[in-house]
Design a protein around this ligand. Structure first.
Ligand code: UDP
Length: 248
């Protein structure tokens, strides 16, 4: 597949058009950004490890019945994806309180959230991605109510699938963000799933294995991400993949 021009340049990823109008190439760059781009750095190896983790996770989600845009790993830092029309909504699932929910609702940090909470945010950097509900979505036409229902269902399916997967890898999935889009009328998971868009903790030591390391200025970001990739590869590498009928 031939990469042509840049379709969209994000803070850490670039989407390229290709010679197939239905396919894009998603490139994970070596950039790290936090605090709405106020803190940035080049972290050699981050793009490659994120590309690996994203491919393993997207394939696992597909195996367990969540349709995604992911097609195939293409090169060290890039994968081929279906070209979606994205919904301007960020969906967040939280299994444990940390980050913005503590600031917003005053709940204690680290509180276990049972059942897991689901939140939606408007994708708008200038407004700082405000929290929204399905009534805002209906009024302003950001998605249909059926799409909201499907996003909620898919996010919980992703949470069940990935909580179990990370648990087997000795990692707690604290929270994560997903984005969805439409392809030929169907809602698909788009964007990425990497340690940049979730919070992961080593179950034995409690150590952070995600972008909070960068937010805190730690230099061990790529080392931690590689640990996540290695543990996932041990469980999901081609010789270790499990049949889909073990899903709960
Ligand atoms: N998140 C993300 N992109 C965003 C905002 C949040 O990937 O623009 C992820 C974040 O890494 C975490 C989860 O969504 O895993 C919840 O983030 P939170 O709302 O707590 O925001 P934060 O405190 O990170 O600003």
């Amino acid at each position: 597949m031939l990469k042509t021009d840049v379709f969209y340049q994000g803070k850490e990823k670039t989407l390229y058009r290709t010679d197939n109008p239905d396919r894009l190439i998603l490139e994970f760059r070596d950039e790290a950004t936090a605090f709405e781009g106020r803190r940035t750095a080049q972290l050699s190896g981050k793009g490659a490890v994120n590309n690996q983790i994203n491919a393993l996770i997207m394939e696992q989600l597909q195996r367990y019945g969540l349709p995604t845009h992911f097609q195939q790993h293409q090169s060290e830092q890039a994968s081929v994806v279906k070209a979606l029309t994205m919904l301007p909504i960020e969906c967040v699932i939280r299994n444990r309180a940390t980050g913005s929910i503590c600031r917003r609702l005053g709940v204690p940090s680290d509180q276990l959230l049972q059942p897991a909470t689901f939140e939606m945010f408007l994708k708008n950097d200038e407004l700082g991605d405000p929290l929204i509900n399905r009534h805002h979505i209906a009024t302003f036409g950001w998605a249909s109510q059926e799409q909201v229902d499907a996003m909620i269902e898919y996010c919980h399916l992703a949470n069940r699938t990935l909580t179990a997967l990370f648990d087997r890898a000795g990692i707690e999935l604290v929270d994560f963000k997903l984005e969805f889009g439409v392809y030929q009328g169907a809602l698909l998971l788009g964007d990425e799933f990497t340690p940049d868009s979730c919070r992961l903790r080593d179950k034995a030591s409690g150590a952070k294995l995600d972008k909070d390391l960068f937010r805190q200025g730690d230099s061990g970001v790529v080392v931690a991400y590689r640990q996540v990739a290695e543990r996932l590869r041990q469980l999901l590498g081609p010789e270790n993949s499990e049949p889909a009928d073990t899903a709960d």
